[in-house]
Design a protein around this ligand. Sequence first.
Ligand SMILES: Cc1cc2nc3c(=O)[nH]c(=O)nc-3n(C[C@H](O)[C@H](O)[C@H](O)COP(=O)(O)OP(=O)(O)OC[C@H]3O[C@@H](n4cnc5c(N)ncnc54)[C@H](O)[C@@H]3O)c2cc1C
Length: 281
Amino acid sequence: MKAFTFLARRFVAGEGPQDAVRVGEHLQRRGIRATFDKLGEDVTSPEAAKRAAEAAKELLRLIPPDIERNVSIKMSSMGQGISRDLCLEQTASILDVATEVGGFVRLDMEGSSLTRDTIEVFHELRKRYDNVGIVLQAYLHRTLDDVREAIARGDRVRLCKGAYREPPEVALQDMPEIRRNFEAAAHLLLAKGHLPAIATHDEKLIRSTIDHVREKGIEASRFEFQMLYGLRPRRWTSLVAEGFNVRVYVPYGTHWFPYFYRRLRERKENVLFVLKSLLGG
Ligand SMILES: Cc1cc2nc3c(=O)[nH]c(=O)nc-3n(C[C@H](O)[C@H](O)[C@H](O)COP(=O)(O)OP(=O)(O)OC[C@H]3O[C@@H](n4cnc5c(N)ncnc54)[C@H](O)[C@@H]3O)c2cc1C
């Protein structure tokens, strides 16, 4: 267990909220923003959902005022699998605290069995809150429609490829096709979206975004790049040096295994890193 904790540190800031905030302070000194995430998903009891919501509220209050109070949460950790009302109640209680402290809350997107419900919960919350955003996944067939709808509603979208294994009926399987869908969604969001986040480590997509905004004269203040803690740290700095806004997703907590596993699955270099660490390299 200890060895795994050591290995997860490449992708996870630490076990407690203070570890995440320390990383946020360090990033801020480099001109990089953060969104913080207490790891955990798929809770199976109302008590666990309430604990997860309390942790998010504690985190929002803990982030010092000079660091943006920006957190990411998963609906499955708010009791989505138990009842819509429980999930709404817990998430709204976090949004109340976020409102109090001038914070922002992003609803992460999970597997496709939860997409529709997550978007419906988000729409319900948007009736009452401005400080909440959603994530859309470029690999899903439905996403361009969701992007158009989000633009029409003025919703804040983080666009990513999507990290879950999905069947061909719901998701594109081929990387060039996913990239094309990502670019199509990104171009719509960059043209008309409200502060979209382009979340990728894929250099082809980063370059094509930069080329696109330069060609269209879209100002850097209208969007941000987002990357995950531990992945491509030098690129965060070079994007900031090129005048772009960058936000890093900083996860923390003890329930890191599903997140860690998704990182290993999506990129062989991440597995090589873990193997090298095991061998003491
Ligand atoms: C901020 C953020 C939030 C996210 N939130 C969600 C979410 O809510 N729901 C969800 O399903 N997924 C989420 N994801 C994960 C996302 O969906 C992808 O699974 C993940 O980002 C991997 O796809 P990628 O586009 O980054 O590049 P990949 O497909 O992993 O890599 C493609 C190419 O990019 C280049 N590249 C990638 N990494 C590196 C590197 N370290 N060094 C050099 N080149 C590299 C290489 O050329 C590589 O072949 C999020 C990702 C980010 C960055």
